[in-house]
Structures are given as structure tokens and as C-alpha cells.
Design a protein around this ligand. Structure first.
Ligand code: SF4
Length: 355
């Protein structure tokens, strides 16, 4: 009996229990690649409708490469982590251009494209090309560290690398695509972070954490520090011609490339109107502001901070718009055009405020 006997019940379980996913019906390199980028930090159920809309609109790398970046962001809107969409299109341009439409087949080549790290390169090359590359994400780290009783801190890159190398000989003995997907699926459905369903698990006879009652302490994953919370003010400014003021965020950084309403972070106990005037002053020169009204509050949590946004409306009589600092490309936009522009989830909520 070799040390990889656990792979057989795992693959049997996967063949009987895998969830239907649209990219599983047709694991072409393009569809696998798009799905893996969308699945980074995002649940399968959230990704499915986005994936379907995306591949319908951009059915291949050439179409994606030639698309208006604003259209790509608009289709991605609401999925978050927008740098993924920008990197996807940048990589499509390399595939459609220098690579002459050829998809790389090795993990090393994939990693030379924007937005592709170790995990994604391994997932794409194993699922689309059958290469024996272990794809090590949070699910796989949890399953494997429990299976082997590994108590090291799995957030450390060195521990992740060790686990990847331990999985390499195992994946060489089986269907690589099914193996990687089975490990991830088992982590998502059975070997859950809390209260794993060990009684239903195909690995229970091989699993050290189950045998030694260690599932509560493995994986060893130190708690994250609490994320900071910020109070912000956003303002919907209209002008006498019926335009509404927006600016486009810089391409790099948080929510890069998306359009936004003027917004500023409150400093200490600063009166809200002062915060609001700072938001306006960043974009308008010598505006006469009238009719300031509070309209509501929007809460939002990112992975690294959360925010409460106080939403105001006002009218401005400015004639000059100025681009200062990071707020690129301010413009007066017709309200009916807002639907076509990519906005963040919070700005889309703000846009629905009555004004
Ligand atoms: S037996 Fe339990 S802890 Fe072990 S892999 Fe299965 S679900 Fe996870």
C-alpha cells in the first residue's frame, strides 16, 4: 500500500459529488482561465452568473483583448477585486498579440502573464491541459493539513510551498485535473473550516486530524487583526444643466478604473459639512454650493477595512472642473449615462439615492 491510497476514494467521491459548473462542461483554456480568475477570493455561486455574462460578451481572448476596458469593468461590476479584470484583459492582449492566439501550456509560461500566481497557473494547466501541477488554495491547505496532521502555520509561504511539493508526487499518479478539483471541492463541501463533515468524508480512514480529534486546531491559521473602520462622506453634485459630477479612479489601486462620486474621509470629529466641502474642493474650483441635504448612509466592508458613507446631495454653479491629486478625469455626466459606466458596489448604491 503506497502513501497515496487516499487519492482513490477522493477521486471516486468527486466523480459522484462534484457540483455542476458552467466551465466544467467545456474546460477550454479560455473558460478555465476566466473562471479561475473570477474564483479568486470569490464563492462559486457568486461567480457563475458573472462567468456566463462574461463569456457571452467576450467569447474568446481576441474579443476580450479588443474590448473597451470600460466595458470589461462594467461586466465585472459587483464582483470586486477589479485589478483581476484589468489583468485579465492585459493577459488577453498578450495572448492575442505576441503569443498569436496560443494559450501557454506550462505553469511557468502562465505565471509570466499579468494576474497569474502559483495557484492560478497550476489550476489552469492541470484542468485545461492535464499537467500534474498541484493547485494549493485555502481549501487544499485545509484538507491536506488535516489529512496529514500538519500543525505548522499554513499562512506562511514556506509551509504552503512544502505542502505543494508533498502533493506533487500524489498528483502524478492520477488524473491531475480531477485531483485538483476534487481537493478544492472536498474543502468547499465536506472539509469545511468549522464543523467538517468527517462522517461523510471519503478520506476519514486516512485522516490524522479526524483520528486524533484535531479538526478544531488544524489548520493552524492565526487570527487576522481587526480591520479599521472609516467614516466617509460622498456627495451627488448636480449642475444647472442637469449633469452630475463623477470622476474616474486611477487605473492602479483600489477600485481602479471605476467611476465614482466625489468622496472624502472624515478627519476625527470634523463636522460632516467640512468633510463634504473637502470632497467638493478636490474637484471643483470656486463653486457656489447650495441645497446641501443628507440622503442616507451606505455601509461597505472590504477585506482590509470597512466604511460608513454618509451620502449628501447638493447643487453647484461652477464652471470649472479641476483634476487634482488622485481624482482623475472629473466630468459632468448625464444621469441616464450612469448605467453604462462601471461603478463600485457602493457608488452604484449611492447612484440609486433619490436626487
Ligand atoms: S476526515 Fe474530516 S478533517 Fe479529515 S479530510 Fe475529511 S472532513 Fe477533513
Amino acid at each position: 500500500m503506497n502513501s497515496y491510497t487516499w487519492t482513490k476514494p477522493l477521486l471516486q467521491w468527486f466523480s459522484q459529488n462534484q457540483r455542476p459548473m458552467p466551465w466544467r462542461d467545456d474546460p477550454s483554456p479560455y473558460k478555465v482561465w476566466v473562471s479561475e480568475i473570477m474564483l479568486q477570493q470569490t464563492q462559486v455561486a457568486t461567480v457563475i452568473p458573472y462567468f456566463q455574462r462574461f463569456v457571452e460578451r467576450f467569447p474568446d481572448a481576441q474579443t476580450l483583448a479588443a474590448a473597451d476596458p470600460q466595458d470589461v469593468l462594467r461586466i465585472w461590476e459587483g464582483l470586486g477585486y477589479y485589478s483581476r479584470a484589468r489583468h485579465l484583459q492585459a493577459a488577453a492582449r498578450q495572448i492575442a498579440g505576441p503569443l498569436q492566439g496560443r494559450f501557454p501550456e506550462s505553469a511557468v509560461e502562465w505565471k509570466s502573464l499579468p494576474g497569474i500566481g502559483d495557484y492560478t497557473a497550476a489550476a489552469i494547466t492541470s484542468i485545461a491541459f492535464g499537467k500534474p501541477e498541484p493547485a494549493v488554495d485555502g481549501n487544499v491547505l485545509r484538507v491536506y493539513s488535516r489529512l496529514r496532521g500538519i500543525r505548522d502555520n499554513i499562512t506562511l509561504p514556506a509551509v504552503r510551498d512544502t505542502i505543494r511539493e508533498q502533493l506533487r508526487p500524489a498528483i502524478r499518479t492520477v488524473d491531475a485535473s480531477a485531483f485538483n478539483q476534487a481537493m478544492m471541492e472536498l474543502g468547499a463541501l465536506v472539509c469545511r473550516p468549522r464543523q467538517p463533515l468527517c462522517g461523510n468524508c471519503p478520506l476519514k480512514r486516512h485522516c490524522k486530524a479526524h483520528r486524533d480529534d484535531l479538526t478544531a486546531s488544524i489548520p493552524n491559521k492565526p487570527r487576522k487583526a481587526a480591520v479599521p473602520h472609516f467614516t466617509e462622506v460622498a456627495v451627488i453634485i448636480t449642475n444647472p444643466q442637469g449633469g452630475v459630477l463623477l470622476y474616474r479612479r486611477p487605473d492602479s489601486g483600489l477600485l481602479g478604473g471605476l467611476w465614482a462620486f466625489p468622496q472624502a474621509r472624515r478627519k476625527g470629529n470634523e463636522p460632516y459639512r467640512e468633510t463634504l466641502m473637502r470632497a467638493i474642493a478636490d474637484l471643483l474650483t470656486s463653486a457656489a454650493i447650495t441645497g446641501i441635504r443628507k440622503r442616507g448612509i451606505v455601509n461597505h466592508a472590504f477585506s482590509h477595512f470597512s466604511q460608513t458613507i454618509h451620502v449628501y446631495t447638493c447643487q453647484a454653479e461652477p464652471l470649472a472642473i479641476e483634476s487634482k491629486g488622485v481624482q482623475a478625469e472629473p466630468c459632468w455626466c448625464r444621469p441616464e449615462k450612469l448605467d453604462a459606466l462601471p461603478l463600485s458596489k457602493t457608488d452604484r448604491t449611492i447612484a440609486k439615492t433619490s436626487w
